[in-house]
Design a protein. Structure first.
Length: 122
């Protein structure tokens, strides 16, 4: 049974004018209300996050099994995993902030990895 509109919580939200324009145009294109468009996009972002987490977990399990099968030691497996995570993080950063050059994202990411290694060890 669907909730009646009076049973659905309300949320007041401030957004930049440019974002509101994009949302409004997208809502019209998708034949949705503005509320429907915002809700759909939020839900899609959570689904994407869940899918990424599941894919990362699966990739880690597969890589561990493959590397164990070929006899790689724990340090080698960790190094390969860290390299793959670096590539993944770099791609994410480039998608999230496409205005920043890829080389700058890579530099920042290397700094973060070095700081993490210094703090927690390899």
């Amino acid at each position: 049974m669907a909730l009646k509109s009076k049973d659905v919580p309300h949320l007041r939200l401030r957004v930049e004018a440019a974002l509101l324009t994009r949302l409004t145009k997208s809502a019209e294109k998708n034949d949705r209300t503005l509320t429907g468009e915002i809700s759909e996009r939020l839900e899609a972002s959570f689904k994407r996050d869940d899918m990424n987490a599941a894919m990362e977990a699966t990739a880690e399990k597969i890589s561990e099994r493959l590397l164990a099968a070929v006899g790689a030691d724990r340090e080698t497996r960790a190094q390969i995993f860290n390299e793959e995570m670096f590539k993944h993080d770099l791609e994410f950063m480039c998608e999230f902030d496409p205005k920043t050059p890829r080389a700058e994202h890579a530099r920042r990411l290397r700094e973060l990895h070095k700081a993490r290694e210094k703090r927690y060890g390899k």
